[in-house]
Design a binder for this molecule. Structure first.
Ligand SMILES: CC(C)(COP(=O)(O)OP(=O)(O)OC[C@H]1O[C@@H](n2cnc3c(N)ncnc32)[C@H](O)[C@@H]1OP(=O)(O)O)[C@@H](O)C(=O)NCCC(=O)NCCSC(=O)CCCC(=O)O
Ligand SMILES: Cc1cc2nc3c(=O)[nH]c(=O)nc-3n(C[C@H](O)[C@H](O)[C@H](O)COP(=O)(O)OP(=O)(O)OC[C@H]3O[C@@H](n4cnc5c(N)ncnc54)[C@H](O)[C@@H]3O)c2cc1C
Length: 660
């Protein structure tokens, strides 16, 4: 173990294990997680080859082999409850698997959407088959021509009264399903989202289970053309596919009919709120925020923080001893705010998940009153967490200098895989505009004197016109920081709501006016969600039952998240004079002081994320800090070095060389 990292750990002022337990949700949960990780990582059939050494095809094959074994054997033998996406086992699983893997869409989207859209009878028919992996499914919503605008999906499902079947068809090139994970080569069933047509009338998007491959030969069924879409930026463990359906007939029972059905005569009946067809996406947005975004940020923080403590370069005195790069304040400013953000997002998503589980219970009772707010929060958190994670991982990668550019650091892999999260499960701008839609409606309600509650209640509160801070210390106070974020959000919303009214009064159409103001609308949505993160993470910490030391530390992290945002994007806080330039200077000084006070706990804070070395997959971020030994080992084992003289040199170099 590197002496430098030992020294860092000696400086830690709190019990790392306490924080680990807190992040897992209790001591028993930590034990459960570690035992899952141990079982998975010690099983030879779950082993993966080193990232960077496999071809695209090898990655897919390895992933299918591992995950089929995992679902049909390992998880069962260990009696892990992997049925519910919010159960502890499922929450810990993605960490242990360490990359996005095959059958995540099968388990994470196909299986849950059966219960989201299916009647009890349909759920009892399809879910056991899918959970046991007796059938493999995908979630086929996006088409070549449309991903965002679901109203304009072109795949049709037309009811044939004579045969009591649906005819599912992708009538043209742009209607082909395009992108769904697990679809290209693995899935034998697809959850196809299509326009329902009965008796010549279009009733909008509904879900249909369409068998696409023969259950014995695995060959595409008649009328089905299916394949892989080709190389993508990363995430090559899965087979994102295309699917063309040429008037494929499926039984009437394959339309999932929880909220709408078609009777034998073809009469359409809506039995539930049609927004619920969209609502299933909330679940995946919340699950992915934690599993793909926050975990990626935590891993990148772990790598960059440990490496920054063992990498020495330069000195703070002329000819003095070299210092770890973590002692530079600019380095602290790259690493520590990202650690703080990783904590704040984790606390926030725990709260969001808790609210979502309550929301589901409400829905079961027929109460949809929280749907609009839940949709705004889940969309906004997904957009904000993915955007800040991608930016954060890239900052951390650059913070590791040259070695951050090597695949050996693990950082390029994290960056490439997480960048997709800004697009899938709802493109971020589009999601922010959904948040803005909710905010504009809220502003209208407030102006009509209606009461608003939940995450937007503050929009109806009176706030001070100016921030009261006169000292640096006040900028650590959560309620003062929250007031800054509330004010910014309120002010941005009021301003865009007024501009919208102005354009409408001038005679502009609603959609045109909306488009003209959409940059402001996105900014307003961001401000609302960033305030939600600042407020939710601070209140989460306030309620925690933990040691004073840990509470103090977490409070500091929450302050840092807010301060870093103010000092880096001060415009909207200064715009109407809420903060003045003197206060901004105080905030900047407060931030530097906070960075320095958190400096000696940096390694402790990332150790508390508790990622085992096998899961981190980084030569420079391993627990023992032996970065250079590992980098050398990585280079020695590179495939290009298997022979001292590369074959190509005989062919292309030697004929030209001067041979003395
Ligand atoms: C953008 C919209 C919302 C547009 O639809 P629209 O009907 O034109 O929109 P609108 O008129 O503005 O609003 C309609 C209304 O529907 C509501 N709504 C919209 N979405 C939801 C929701 N999720 N839950 C609950 N309610 C929702 C909105 O709030 C609107 O309500 P309102 O009219 O205001 O009362 C929607 O179609 C959409 O969500 N598009 C994004 C598509 C998407 O997320 N696809 C994901 C595919 S699966 C995937 O990517 C998996 C990857 C995973 C992996 O690889 O790991
Ligand atoms: C790795 C990966 C996995 C995926 N897995 C699946 C899957 O399993 N199943 C599935 O069905 N799909 C899947 N998708 C598809 C994904 O959900 C869509 O790509 C995503 O929803 C974005 O839609 P789009 O591609 O139509 O983007 P577009 O909507 O075409 O976005 C392009 C640009 O247009 C802008 N734009 C579009 N509409 C508006 C608007 N109304 N207002 C303002 N700007 C707008 C966007 O902001 C963006 O800048 C996956 C995609 C990826 C990358």
């Amino acid at each position: 173990e590197s002496q430098l990292i030992i020294k860092e750990r000696q400086q830690t002022t709190f019990q790392v294990e306490e924080l680990i337990n807190l992040l897992d949700g209790g001591k028993e949960k930590t034990a459960l997680r570690r035992s899952i990780e141990q079982t998975i990582l010690s099983d030879p059939l779950m082993k993966t080859d080193k990232i960077g050494y496999l071809t695209r095809e090898q990655k897919y094959v390895q992933s299918v082999r591992r995950m089929m074994y995992f679902f049909t054997d390992l998880a069962k033998r260990n009696k892990w409850n992997i049925e519910d996406p919010h159960c502890p086992e499922m929450l810990f699983l993605s960490r242990s698997l360490s990359s996005v893997v095959a059958f995540m869409i099968h388990m994470g989207a196909f299986v849950p959407s059966i219960s989201s859209f299916g009647t009890l009878e349909q759920v009892s028919k399809w879910q056991p088959l899918a959970k046991e992996c007796l059938i493999i499914g995908c979630y086929a919503q996006t088409e070549l021509g449309h991903g965002t605008n679901l109203r304009r999906l072109e795949t049709t499902s037309t009811f044939d009264r004579n045969t009591q079947e649906f005819i599912v068809n992708t009538p043209n090139l742009s209607s082909m399903k395009w992108w769904p994970g697990d679809m290209g080569k693995s899935a034998n069933h697809a959850m196809v989202m299509a326009q329902l047509i009965t008796n010549g009338e279009n009733h909008g998007m509904q879900a249909f289970i369409v068998p696409i491959r023969d259950m014995t030969t695995h060959k595409p069924l008649p009328g089905v053309e299916v394949g892989n879409i080709g190389s993508i930026m990363s995430l090559e463990d899965t087979d994102n596919g295309y699917l063309r359906l040429n008037n494929v007939r499926i039984p009437k029972e394959n339309m999932l009919a929880k909220y709408a059905n078609v009777d034998r005569s073809g009469r359409f009946q809506q039995t539930g709120n049609n927004r619920l067809m969209y609502a299933s996406m909330m679940n995946l947005r919340i699950v992915l925020t934690r599993e793909q975004m926050i975990h990626a940020l935590q891993k990148a923080c772990t790598i960059a923080a440990r490496y920054s403590c063992v990498r020495k370069q330069g000195s703070l005195t002329p000819n003095g001893p070299e210092i770890p790069i973590m002692d530079y304040v600019t380095q602290q400013n790259k690493v520590i705010p990202r650690i703080a953000l990783a904590y704040a997002l984790d606390f926030t998503i725990m709260e969001v998940r808790h609210r979502y589980v309550q929301f589901l219970a409400d829905v079961t009772r027929g109460d949809l009153s929280n749907m609009a707010e839940m949709h705004a929060i889940s969309s906004g958190i997904k957009a904000n967490a993915s955007e800040r994670t991608v930016a954060g991982v890239e900052t951390l990668r650059r913070a590791c200098g040259g070695h951050g550019y090597s695949m050996a650091s693990g950082l390029p892999y994290l960056l490439l895989s997480v960048t997709g999260s800004c697009t899938y499960e709802g493109e971020n701008t589009v999601l922010y505009l959904q948040v803005a839609r909710y905010l504009i409606k809220t502003a209208a309600n407030i102006s009509m004197g209606k009461s608003v509650d939940g995450s937007s209640a503050y929009l109806a509160e009176n706030t001070e016109a100016r921030c009261s801070a006169t000292s640096q210390e006040e900028f650590y106070d959560h309620s003062l920081l929250d007031a800054c974020f509330k004010h910014r959000s309120k002010q941005l919303l009021q301003s865009v709501a007024m501009d919208l009214q102005g354009l409408l009064a001038e005679g502009k159409q609603q959609m045109e006016a909306w488009n003209l103001l959409s940059i402001q609308l996105v900014n307003s949505a961001k401000a609302h969600i960033e305030r939600y993160i600042v407020a939710t993470s601070a209140s989460f910490v306030r309620k925690l039952n933990c040691s004073l030391k840990v509470k103090k530390l977490l409070n500091q992290l929450c302050s840092l998240v807010a301060l870093h945002q103010i000092t880096n994007f001060p415009g909207d806080f200064l715009k109407d004079g809420y903060l003045d330039s003197h206060q901004l200077d105080l905030a900047r000084k407060a931030e530097v002081k906070l960075l320095q006070s958190l400096r000696h706990n940096v390694v402790g804070l990332v150790d508390a994320f508790d990622f085992r070395d096998e899961i981190l997959g980084s030569c420079i971020g391993a627990y023992d800090g032996n970065a250079y030994e590992r980098l050398y080992d990585y280079a020695k084992n590179d495939v290009m070095n298997k022979n001292d003289v590369h074959e190509e040199s005989y062919q292309y170099l030697r004929p030209h060389l001067h041979r003395g």
